[in-house]
Design a protein around this ligand. Structure first.
Ligand code: GDP
Ligand code: MG
Length: 441
């Protein structure tokens, strides 16, 4: 998106201030990008309006282009909307034992998140936590929580057959009080869809324990549905915060923006995987970047068009789709990267690559390193370039020495090659690579 916006502005005549028309043109792109990122229509509309008001008439800073300036305004507004009050991972867990109620649809990740959060509270805050499953409909779900408890070393309330959800909640409270727990977490049952019985049950539990936090767990990949679920739960039960799960997937984060805008409730955590430590405090900056920087294929293609010969690109694409990506290809890529504004420039424009680009950037990646990597590839033999699998210790030493670098530098290059190769394979399978390069020839 950033690039697309810059492009829009580059075509416009330079003026001293952002005119209404300039802004309108750019915001059309912003709106499309928001919708592509799964932001709901009314939210996207309001958002664009807010940005329009902020942007119009703003003086253009000399050192940056109008496009960059609008991108910044959009980014800041995204962060502004996404930001909750106070620290994101601030949970109200004073007055032990503090009840935390976990609610949401079935499969949204409640049980997993209960475990993750319990682990976090235990390890980061030194809290003594008790977990209880209120899923009386699925004995397996109760077992699932017990297993997680053992795995992370957190107690679970013993399972007693035949109790109602409210009875279990009350027993958890009692046990938490008697056992000197700081927090007790109630993992409720979910349904596939919101229904009255479910809501009533959660409401009864809420009334029974008066939770300090009621966290709604929603699947970040479900986009619009997640927002409806949030509205429903907040209206009926009243939530104190949201946990967005599956943010490790390729959802675009737009649900976060809609959810925040619609419910006004803070997103407190994001789930980034199935493992018990795959939970992070919500960072508005990161999601804003994800929404803005998401797979801007158009920009990628436009930039690539300027620099890559069409035939060369087609040949490369065919090979990548077959999972062939050798050192010669990597070298070409590295050379392209230098032309196209570095690693972050190119990877930020490809879906799912933003995170990797950031890592690369954080690792202090710059053009000098790109040039070093090219030197390493140059000091390989033809056979080695075609088949990096050949590189054993002695060959590695020779190559590194040939480029005037360390073996560790070479290892980093090989690792990057492997990662890119994997990525290419995945993209090739999903047809994403083709999409990414569509229009180039
Ligand atoms: P519940 O029905 O709401 O309790 O959902 P579960 O906690 O049982 O989770 C359903 C599935 O989603 C499980 O296979 C989890 O491992 C998986 N899951 C939960 N959170 C995440 C996440 O953040 N990322 C990924 N990739 N999977 C998750
Ligand atoms: Mg569950």
């Amino acid at each position: 998106l950033s690039e697309r916006l810059s492009g829009v502005f580059d075509r416009l005549t330079k003026q001293g201030a952002l005119s209404e028309d300039d802004v309108k043109t750019a915001l059309r792109e912003v709106r499309v990008a928001l919708l592509e990122a799964d932001v709901s229509l009314p939210v996207a509309r309001d958002f664009v309006k807010a940005v329009q008001e902020k942007a119009t008439g703003q003086a253009v800073t000399k050192s940056i282009t109008p496009g960059q300036q609008v991108v910044k305004i959009v980014h800041d507004e995204l962060v502004h909307v996404l930001k909750g009050d106070g620290e994101p991972d601030d949970l109200k867990i004073d007055n032990a034992p503090a009840p935390i109620l976990m609610v949401g649809l079935q499969g949204s990740g409640k049980t997993t998140t209960t475990g993750k959060l319990a682990k976090r509270l235990k390890e980061k805050a030194g809290k003594k936590v008790l977990m209880a499953s209120l899923d009386i409909y699925r004995p397996a779900a109760m077992q699932q929580l017990a297993v997680l408890g053992t795995q992370i070393g957190v107690d679970t309330l013993p399972i007693v057959a035949g109790e109602s959800a409210v009875q279990i909640a009350k027993r958890a409270k009692q046990q938490a009080t008697l056992g000197g727990y700081d927090v007790y977490m109630l993992d409720t049952a979910g349904r596939l869809h919101i229904d009255e019985t479910l809501m009533q049950e959660v409401e009864d539990v809420r009334n029974a324990v008066n939770p300090r936090e009621t966290l709604l767990v929603v699947d970040g990949l479900t986009g619009q549905v997640a927002v409806e679920v949030a509205e429903e739960f907040d209206g009926k039960i009243g939530i104190s915060g949201v946990v967005l799960t599956r943010m490790d997937g390729d959802g675009r984060g737009g649900a976060a923006l809609s959810m925040r805008a619609v419910t006004g409730k803070p997103i407190k955590f994001v789930g980034l995987g199935e493992k018990m430590d795959a939970l992070e405090a919500f960072e508005p900056d990161r999601i804003a970047g994800r929404i803005l920087g998401m797979g801007d294929i158009v920009a990628l293609v436009e930039k690539a068009q300027e620099t890559i010969e069409a035939e060369q690109a087609e040949r490369m694409m065919k090979r990548f789709q077959k999972g062939q990506f050798n050192m010669n290809d990597l070298r070409m890529q590295l050379e392209q990267m230098i032309k196209m504004g570095g690693m972050e420039g190119i990877m930020g424009m490809m879906p799912g690559m933003g995170k990797m680009a950031k890592q690369v950037q954080d690792a202090g990646f710059d053009d000098k390193i790109l040039r070093h990597q090219i030197a390493l590839i140059q000091s390989m033999t033809k056979r080695e370039r075609a088949n990096p699998g050949l590189l054993q210790a002695s060959r590695k030493k020779r190559i590194a020495a040939g480029a005037g670098l360390q073996v560790s530098d070479l290892n980093k290059l090989l690792k990057m090659h492997r990662q890119m190769s994997d990525m290419m394979k995945k993209m090739g399978k999903g047809g994403m690579l083709k999409q990414a390069m569509k229009g180039m020839f």
